[in-house]
Design a protein around this ligand. Structure first.
Ligand code: PLP
Length: 406
């Protein structure tokens, strides 16, 4: 079923405005996605009619709030096909989810001399928490490299997996290069060596159908704000066998079973990992965003975005002096590039004046930039509300930048 682009664009109010007097072209979806009116209205309605703290009230609205929050847990379970609802933990976002695992899994399973594998194309969120864990525990970080096209060097993986390896954490999709990594193959290889795998799904959840049972990943994490929901809500999926063993990450209300001044016992997962007042309104927004995406269909979204990627790549490649970074065979609709010797900030600032929003810099992936021997790129990242007209505007904008620097 083709995407009804006019209907979709009418549902994202922010897209229908002028920036610097020009029709707005938003190509910074890798950083955050815009919100459909259904999500915006649902949040507003919730505050108007339902808001009340969850889990601890006997009164009517607290009961409704709690039910709304827990219904989203079940919705997320279905969305990523988790086996059990208790395997879905609400967090603040991808970074929070990874820090939770790094601390809690680390406390339970990581000892001096152990090894954790990551790839060289990780977002800082899937790198720094593991460095901190290694420092805390005297463990070692091993790194799977990638090649000039931005593809992981899979032949190097067997040499990294050994008896000391306790976890492998890898991104499903690179936020800077757009590469879709062969995570199923990585998980299979890691499991053969008895190594659990965490998948950073921050850039995959919004672009493709995710089935955590089919992937057989042990942890999968993502952020609500990158999948058309509010900021401040995210998800950690974890296999029950690990969640059962992992100690709480933070202490406080809502995660306890019994508390005395001497000792506290904790609830089971997911609650033992959700200390304090949860972002239940954020969760409600996530539920509405998931409904919205399901209505369009992730298969349709993936097909539409693949067509946009193909068109944008072909058009950008026609521009003399433009270099695309990240030429993997399997990519999402994210294109990083540089133009001649023009600094990425200059390109980004001029495009902004033309009403076109792109991201510039290292995209929280400084090791990728070091590998490529550049300081940063201009990144255009697309969503299903973008159009070929947006691509044409980007191309015209880039030609204008070239002209100004000629
Ligand atoms: N991982 C990847 C691949 C990302 O692209 C991002 C954000 O851009 C993150 C992790 C961190 O996400 P958040 O800032 O929502 O926690």
């Amino acid at each position: 079923m083709p995407i009804d682009i006019n209907k979709i664009r009418s549902e994202f109010p922010i897209l229908n405005q002028k920036i610097h007097g020009k029709d707005y072209v938003y190509l910074d979806n890798g950083a955050t996605t815009q919100k459909p009116i259904q999500v915006i209205d649902a949040v507003s309605d919730f505050y108007k009619n339902t808001n009340s703290n969850i889990h601890r009230g006997v009164h009517h609205l607290s009961d409704l709030s709690t039910k709304a929050y827990e219904a989203v847990r079940s919705k997320v379970q279905n969305f990523i096909n988790a086996e059990q609802e208790q395997e879905i933990i609400f967090t603040k976002g991808t970074t929070d989810s990874i820090n939770l695992v790094a601390f809690s899994f680390g406390e339970r399973y990581i000892n001096t001399g152990d090894e954790i594998i990551i790839s060289a194309m990780e977002h800082h969120s899937n790198l720094v928490p593991w460095q901190m864990l290694c420092e805390r525990k005297g463990a070692n970080l091993r790194v799977l490299p990638f090649n000039k096209n931005g593809e992981l060097e899979m032949d190097k993986l067997p040499g990294l997996l050994n008896d000391k390896t306790k976890l492998l954490a890898v991104t499903h999709v690179s936020n800077s290069l757009g590469t879709i990594n062969p995570v199923k193959e990585i998980i299979e290889q890691a499991h053969k060596a008895n190594v659990p795998v965490l998948i950073d799904g921050a850039q995959s959840i919004q672009h493709s159908i995710i089935d955590v049972q089919d992937l057989d990943c042990d942890f999968y994490v993502f952020s609500g704000h990158k999948i058309y929901a509010e900021t401040g809500i995210g998800v950690l999926y974890g296999k029950e066998k690990y969640l059962k063993e992992m100690p709480p990450y933070q202490g406080g209300g809502d995660m306890v079973d019994h508390v005395t001044l001497e000792k506290t016992t904790y609830l089971d997962a997911p609650f033992k990992f959700e200390a304090g007042t949860a972002n239940y309104v954020g969760a409600v927004s996530l539920g509405v965003a998931i409904d919205y995406i399901n209505d369009i269909g992730l298969k349709n979204i993936a097909e539409y975005e693949a067509e946009l990627l193909q068109y944008a790549t072909a058009e950008l490649e026609k521009i003399e002096g433009l270099t695309i970074y990240g030429k993997a065979k399997h990519k999402t609709a994210t294109i990083s590039f540089l133009l001649d010797k023009i600094h990425h900030y200059d390109t980004g600032m001029i495009l902004d004046k033309l009403g076109i929003a792109v991201r510039t810099g290292s995209h929280c992936t400084q090791p990728i930039m070091d590998f490529l021997d550049i300081t940063g790129t201009v990144r255009a990242s697309f969503a299903f509300y973008n159009t070929k007209n947006d691509v044409d505007r980007l191309v015209a904008g880039i030609l204008k930048v070239k002209e100004m620097f000629a």
